[in-house]
Design a protein around this ligand. Structure first.
Ligand code: PHE
Ligand code: NA
Length: 467
């Protein structure tokens, strides 16, 4: 905790420093890699609408609730939740809100580092001119998409390479956390976030001109509600939590350092807007290429890596753009990975009495071991195939499902109930600095909309599982 970018009194040095760190934790693979492919798997527009509703009515209020718990408790998540509970006359066992975040963050990071490793591999491919070479060869022989796809399948079938890149990500994350380099990193984020944004805009414009933009826009924004299944709704709900870094302890940790006078509502809304815009831009960059090349929207986790390299191969200075783009993805993933490891590290420091270095190393080692399950899920190893509530899936799919679709919304449900019903209203009002209609709207979401919506989705799912 001591290495966050805080001033002497242990608060964020500015309101801007807080927004940067929280946006850095939010914007990551969830936006650029995951959102586009799960949108494709779930039929596009209708999924997008449900997702946006979840961000608005559940994600933002829960984010505010988490920041508020951290700010009022001024401690690590479990301790903060216990403190906020007991001062309102509730049980100290509400500390489980903090504990579940540690477990969820740990599990998420175990696949996050593997996908970030794919992006590292693509920095190398782009940098060595592979994409333009394939594009040049394909203009004679055709099948550009197929040849680009071979790079991806080649990577997935090479565990040594995957493990190497994953290890690089794990070690780098542990080093930053152990050494407390967050300060320097935040400086980097200051320029990287806007740069990522501009680059994404350039790629988006290029895709729009060269690809099938109309088809992509229709796919993303013309909802076909007949495509919506209970499972898609659960996925949209879970992704709203995942993409905003909720239920992982992170927002409570960051809230613990929030200076008085910073608006929790305004900063949360701003973070959610940035996150959502980046996700939608990623979709608008990827889908015109999908449709122009007759590819499958439901291609799965490889979607990003099988589409944009087609564009990088053809566009002017594409090797350079491609290299810079994947470097930025690695960075965006890195800032999220640091936040994810912070949760487990802070737990080991505060609740288990470890020093910061050993804590980061212990957590990092565990994550590295678990990451092998995801690496071998993509090589297709038999031992990673498991059955899960009657559905088949590999290790990665099961971990992703359990965390994003079950643990995060479930913790969010309890967070909403906790702040909506258990914490004294005066405390909530004081920390949120909201009154009147704004406070009423927030309470409506926390007391009713979020708990009821999440419960209904889960109930439906239970119905499906037991069939
Ligand atoms: N929000 C990050 C993303 O979208 C992932 C993340 C989840 C980071 C939970 C921190 C905590 O990529
Ligand atoms: Na995100």
């Amino acid at each position: 905790m001591s290495n966050l970018n805080t001033s002497v009194d242990g608060r964020w040095s500015s309101h801007f420093a807080y927004i940067l760190a929280a946006t850095g934790a939010a914007v990551g693979l969830g936006n650029i890699w995951k959102f586009p492919y799960i949108m494709g798997e779930n039929g596009g527009g209708a999924f997008v609408i449900v997702y946006l509703l979840c961000i608005l009515f559940i994600g933002i209020p829960v984010m505010m609730a988490e920041v508020m718990i951290g700010k009022r408790g001024r401690s690590t998540p479990a301790n903060a939740a216990a403190k906020v509970a007991t001062e309102s006359g509730s049980s100290k066992h509400w500390s489980f809100l903090g504990m579940s975040g540690v477990v969820a963050g740990f599990l998420i990071l175990s696949f996050y580092v593997v996908i970030a490793g794919w992006a590292v591999a693509y920095v190398v491919h782009a940098g060595s001119g592979d994409f333009s070479a394939i594009a040049a060869a394909a203009s004679d022989s055709g099948d550009h998409a197929g040849k680009i796809g071979e790079i991806f399948s080649g990577l997935l079938s090479n565990p040594a390479e995957l493990i190497t890149y994953t290890t690089i990500m794990v070690v780098a994350t542990v080093l930053v956390l152990g050494k407390g380099l967050n300060k320097g990193l935040e400086k980097a984020v200051t320029s990287l976030m806007p740069a990522l944004f501009i680059l994404l805009a350039i790629i988006m414009v290029y895709s729009a001109i060269e690809g099938h933009f109309g088809e992509a826009a229709a796919f993303m924004f013309a909802p076909d509600f007949s495509k919506l299944t209970v499972h898609s709704v659960l996925e949209a709900l879970g992704h709203a939590f995942f993409t905003l870094s909720l239920s992982s302890g992170i927002m409570m940790i960051y809230g613990a350092y929030l200076p008085e006078g910073v608006s929790i509502a305004k900063t949360s809304i701003w973070i959610a807007i940035c996150d959502t815009v980046v996700a939608l831009m990623a979709g608008l960059a990827i889908y015109p290429i999908v449709f122009a090349n007759g590819m499958e929207p439901a291609a799965g986790p490889g979607l990003l890596f099988q589409t944009l390299p087609i564009a990088f191969g053809k566009m002017p200075m594409g090797d350079l753009f491609g290299t810079v783009f994947f470097v930025m993805i690695v960075f965006a993933a890195f800032t999220s990975a640091i936040a994810l490891l912070e949760s487990a590290t802070a737990y080991l420091v505060e609740r288990r009495g470890l020093a910061r270095w050993p804590a980061a190393i212990v957590a990092g080692s565990g994550i590295w071991v678990l990451s092998l399950g995801t690496v071998f899920s993509f090589t297709g190893a038999e031992w990673t195939k498991m059955s899960f509530f009657g559905n088949g899936g590999n290790f990665f799919e099961v971990i992703d499902f359990i965390t994003a679709n079950i643990m995060l919304p479930l913790a969010g449900l309890f967070t909403a109930i906790f702040v909506g019903w258990k914490v004294k209203k005066a405390h909530v009002e004081k920390e949120m600095q909201l009154t009147g209609a704004a406070m009423g709207a927030l309470m409506l979401c926390l007391k009713f909309i979020a708990p009821i919506a999440i419960t209904i989705v889960f109930a439906q799912l239970v119905g499906i599982i037991s069939l």
